[in-house]
Each structure stands twice: as structure tokens, then as C-alpha cells.
Design a protein around this ligand. Structure first.
Ligand code: ADP
Ligand code: MG
Length: 268
């Protein structure tokens, strides 16, 4: 695969908060190809959010290299109308004193867009998440699921190459979570965004992703990954159950129970 198809890439990244005594991440290499939906799966506290922060450019790695989606110079040459990447948090982090539309517009601050362009972007993002009717409402009047949709709209409105999502549906009830997962898949199919979606839920990872990457160990590294064919998304199928069993084994550091497509370990 040529590097031109890569939207973002980490190469042998290590991250320590104490000058190298303890590493949170070690020897992490991960390439994201244009248009894929990658689930980053791992237990709580392993370093998933830290890895997203590295992709966002919010944490500098102690070792290795980060290749971000688009060089700043290219975005400047395009007139600074978009951002290379954006992030959706587990809690939507909305500003209670701003309406839904103005919360979404907050993502556009600093971009060189006219007022009309900004309005059009906000409306388009609200339409994508099915909230165009709620533009003038206040965050406190929204349900948890609606708040997360606003967070997704705010991230999409900057037209990022890479959409990073940090357990965005983790705090929602199962029915709402299911609905939002379905909507996210529709949005992904419509927008062709490259998505890196963090979760600790194996079923969620298998439902959403084209590829599941497992982060485990201390320091954390990528201990395995599976490609999930679109034809094998039925949770009742034996293929799905076998993927789930393999992912559980990867997380636990147990031997691979076997099966297609591939297993890999980077010797952390
Ligand atoms: P996850 O998102 O997988 O639950 P995190 O990336 O939030 O895990 O955290 C991974 C580890 O890094 C945890 O042990 C956490 O305590 C530690 N950590 C996170 N941020 C900092 C920081 N700013 N300084 C020191 N340690 C941190
Ligand atoms: Mg986290």
C-alpha cells in the first residue's frame, strides 16, 4: 500500500509522562488508510485516550514519529477552511450558555469561513446527525443521546480527514447506544471519513469497524488486529462469535484461538 493512501500514521511511538521511567505506550505503529473505520479496543486505563491525544497532536510522543493527516502548510494553502482531524469526547462537553447551533459553530472558530459558509456548515452537520430541528435549543433540554449527536456534529463541521472518537457512546443506555451506532455507520457511509473509534466493548468494535486494533499490556502496545469483512456483521453468526473470542484472547494476552484472517504481535 502506498503512503499516499495513508491518512495518518504513528511509527514506533513511545510515550512517558515521567521522563522515561515508566512508559504508557511503547513501540506503537499504526497506519490509518483513507476511508477505513478502525476500532481501537482495549481495557480501561491501558492508554487509548493517550493514543488519540497523540494523533490529535495534543501529546507529543517521547519516542517515534507522528504523521498527521494533513500538513498545516497544505491546509493553509487551501485557505484554512477545514481541520486535519477532530475529536468526539465521551461526554459531549457542550457549553450550556450556547444554543445547539452555536455549540456546533464553536468547532469552526479560527477557520477562515464567511458567516454564510459557517451557517451552511453548521446546518449540514446538524442534518447529518438528524438534529436540524434542534438548532435553537439549549443543551440542558437535550437527552444524553442528543448531546452526543451535537458533539459528533461539532466534530464533523470542520470537515476533518480523520474523525477521532473517544468512547463516545460509552455513557449511554443500550437502546440509545444502538441507535447512535447505526447513525454513525450511515454518516460514515455518506461522508467517507476515516474514523478511529475508541471503545472497550468488543461487540461495539465488531459492529462498527472494518478493522479492530487491540491495545493491551503495560506499557501498552498493539498486540493484534483483525479485519472484519462487511458480510460478517451478524452478531448471531459463528464468524462474529469467533472474532469476539479472538479479540478477548488478544486483550487477555492468551494464545489465539485461531481462524481467519490474521493475527500479529509486535513483541512488546
Ligand atoms: P484509557 O483511555 O485506555 O482508559 P488513558 O490513556 O486515559 O487510558 O490512560 C492511560 C494511563 O496513562 C493511565 O494509567 C493514566 O493514569 C495515565 N495518564 C493519563 N494521562 C496522564 C498524565 N497527564 N500524566 C500522567 N499519567 C497520565
Ligand atoms: Mg480513555
Amino acid at each position: 500500500m502506498s503512503s499516499a493512501e495513508h491518512v495518518a500514521r504513528l511509527e514506533n511511538v513511545g510515550l512517558s509522562y515521567d521522563g522515561g521511567q515508566n512508559y504508557i505506550l511503547r513501540h506503537v505503529s499504526l497506519s490509518l488508510s483513507k476511508g477505513e473505520f478502525v476500532a481501537l479496543l482495549g481495557p480501561s486505563g491501558v492508554g487509548k485516550s493517550t493514543l488519540l491525544r497523540v494523533f490529535m497532536g495534543l501529546s507529543a510522543p517521547s519516542e517515534g514519529q507522528v504523521f498527521s493527516p494533513q500538513p498545516t502548510s497544505q491546509l493553509q494553502a487551501e485557505g484554512q477552511k477545514r481541520r486535519a482531524q477532530s475529536l468526539v469526547f465521551q461526554d459531549a462537553r457542550l457549553m450550556p450558555w450556547r444554543s445547539v447551533a452555536r455549540n456546533v459553530a464553536f468547532g469552526l472558530e479560527g477557520l477562515k469561513l464567511t458567516k454564510e459558509e459557517k451557517q451552511a456548515r453548521v446546518l449540514a452537520a446538524l442534518q447529518l446527525v438528524g438534529l436540524e430541528e434542534a438548532a435553537d435549543r439549549w443543551p440542558r433540554r437535550l437527552s444524553g443521546g442528543q448531546r452526543q449527536r451535537v458533539g459528533v456534529a461539532r466534530a464533523l463541521t470542520v470537515d476533518p480527514d480523520l474523525l477521532l472518537m473517544d468512547e463516545p457512546f460509552g455513557a449511554l443506555d443500550p437502546i440509545t447506544r444502538n441507535g447512535l451506532q447505526d447513525e454513525l455507520l450511515k454518516i460514515w457511509q455518506q461522508t467517507h471519513k476515516t474514523v478511529l473509534f475508541v471503545t472497550h466493548d468488543i461487540e461495539e468494535a465488531l459492529k462498527l469497524a472494518t478493522r479492530v486494533v487491540v491495545l493491551a499490556g503495560k506499557p501498552a502496545g498493539i498486540v493484534g488486529m483483525l479485519d472484519i469483512p462487511p458480510t460478517e456483521k451478524d452478531p448471531e453468526s459463528s464468524a462474529f462469535k469467533s472474532y469476539a473470542a479472538r479479540l478477548r484472547a488478544m486483550i487477555a494476552g492468551e494464545p489465539d484461538p485461531g481462524g481467519a484472517p490474521y493475527w500479529y504481535s509486535n513483541e512488546i
